[in-house]
Design a protein around this ligand. Structure first.
Ligand SMILES: Cc1ncc(COP(=O)(O)O)c(C=O)c1O
Length: 448
């Protein structure tokens, strides 16, 4: 970065070069022992965190605009979550739920039934990761319908396992060299109002995708259609009104299950408990993970009871799924979402972000759009005077943000989108400091 950022550091505190000497030393050992395939965005190593800030091993404090990719919605190391983890770990570390059940698992399933959309009997299975939840949703849909084809959306991200790679669009880094992929997965266009030519006519965009499904597969072969209510890794793309509703309606008319992947958008992130609510969706199956666990690994498939019960005992689950400590953490996290009204808080964060960054639209010629739902907001960057994605600019902005004390992520099929996913407990002051810093960095880099 040419000259220092002018926004005063209050929540942030950057006192060494970035990376600092202790991070540099750790990086050497990382290079020696950690697979290069893991990837690394930040050059710094975290030491501890609290709420919306993360402090590195050199004592530098960063404002967290990533929440560990939408995980620590209730804040990092939230005292209520930490206490629940500590108490449960001392009481019951593991049994395997299928061997010796325990109450925490049942309690989490009850919370999932309560908060997911749809006023009908629901049941859940608990797992460990988002990809594992998606894998299981596909298994359940195939078992229930007796059909095998799965419809996914272009630009979707569903995970890194073999099946979920096949369901994910982007080759680099997620798929290249990792084939052969699982068969019977078909991708159709998702609504992308900025770019797909249908604008805000979501029903027309859906009809085009439905025509493609009928042409490529035929509805009688389709077990399920799966879509993110807002595409996460794909660029925080909010579909036009009518798109998901039309797909859902077509699914129901044709014996196809509708699966909503709310792994990134769910649990208050979008400004509602689930982003499906914006589109009046009551999915047959819903996949969740990330924020559910308050930082501990846990995921779930929740769905209509008759669908969830169509699977033979032992057909789904696993050794660790719904581990007691993860369940205790999830119950504490969901309790905080309820008691602190974090869905409303996410709405407020979204308003602050759009008010602040909205100033850039029409004044900075690299900014194509600010979009999102609730505390899931993004900026799409283009080359000036064109709609050509500007990935290089995003790379410079992310690098400068790190130097200035912000933890921030990019996304988008073309890598030209900056996404904001702060913990939902971020204070207005912390968020304003972060947004003012980001704006300064965007303006500087766009002028280069
Ligand atoms: C929508 C969506 N589905 C699935 C996944 C995969 O989750 P995990 O990385 O826990 O396997 C992600 C992760 O970012 C996601 O955003």
């Amino acid at each position: 970065m040419s000259s220092p950022i002018t926004v005063p550091q209050v929540a942030r505190s950057i006192t060494t070069s970035i990376p600092g000497p202790k991070s540099v030393a750790l990086q050497k050992r990382y290079g020696e022992y950690v697979s290069a395939g893991v990837g690394q965005l930040m050059p710094i190593f975290a030491d501890h965190a609290s709420g919306s800030t993360i402090t590195d091993v050199d004592g530098n404090r960063f404002i967290d605009l990533a929440a560990g990719i939408a995980v620590t919605g209730v804040g990092n190391a939230a005292p209520e979550v930490v206490k629940a983890i500590q108490e449960e770990a001392a009481k019951l570390t593991h049994t395997n739920f299928a061997t010796t059940p325990y109450a925490g698992y049942v309690d989490v399933c009850e919370k999932l039934a309560e908060h997911t959309p749809g006023d009908f009997p629901k049941k859940s299975v608990l797992l460990n990761s988002g990809a594992e939840a998606v894998e299981n949703a596909v298994k359940i849909a195939r078992r229930y319908t007796g059909r095998s084809a799965i419809i996914v959306m272009e630009n979707a991200f569903h995970g890194r396992t073999n099946l979920t790679m096949a369901m994910t669009t982007k080759s680099m880094p997620y798929k290249r060299g990792f084939g052969a992929f699982a068969p019977d997965i078909y991708a159709v266009p998702y609504s992308y109002p900025l770019r797909d030519g249908f604008g805000e006519d979501g029903a027309a965009a859906a009809r085009a995708s439905i025509d493609k499904i009928e042409l490529l597969v035929g509805h009688e072969n389709v077990a399920a259609i799966i879509a993110e209510p807002v595409q996460g890794e794909g660029g925080f793309v909010v579909p036009a009104k009518g798109f998901l509703t039309t797909l859902n309606q077509w699914a129901h008319e044709n014996g196809v299950l509708y699966i909503s992947d709310e792994i990134q958008a769910g649990f208050c992130r979008s400004g509602k408990w689930f982003a499906s609510e914006y589109f009046d969706l009551e999915p047959d199956l819903i996949t969740t993970a990330k924020a559910l666990g308050g930082g501990m690994p846990i995921s779930a498939v929740t769905g209509r009871a008759e669908i969830m019960d169509s699977v033979q005992p032992g057909g789904i689950g696993g050794t660790y799924g719904g581990n007691p400590v993860s369940c205790a953490s999830a119950l504490a996290a969901v309790g905080l979402m309820e008691s602190r009204g974090l869905a409303d808080r996410a709405q407020h964060i979204g308003e602050l972000v759009t008010r602040s960054l909205g100033e850039l639209v029409g004044t900075v010629d690299t900014v194509a759009q600010i979009r999102g739902l609730g505390a899931m907001q993004a900026v799409e960057f283009v080359k000036p005077g064109t709609m050509e994605p500007n990935k290089a600019l995003v790379g410079r902005i992310v690098a400068d943000c790190q130097q200035a004390g912000l933890i921030i992520l990019s996304c988008g099929i073309n890598g030209n989108v900056i996404r904001l996913l702060p913990p939902l407990v971020i204070t207005d002051e912390e968020l304003t400091e972060a947004l003012d810093t980001l704006k300064e960095i965007i303006v500087r880099n766009s002028a280069r």
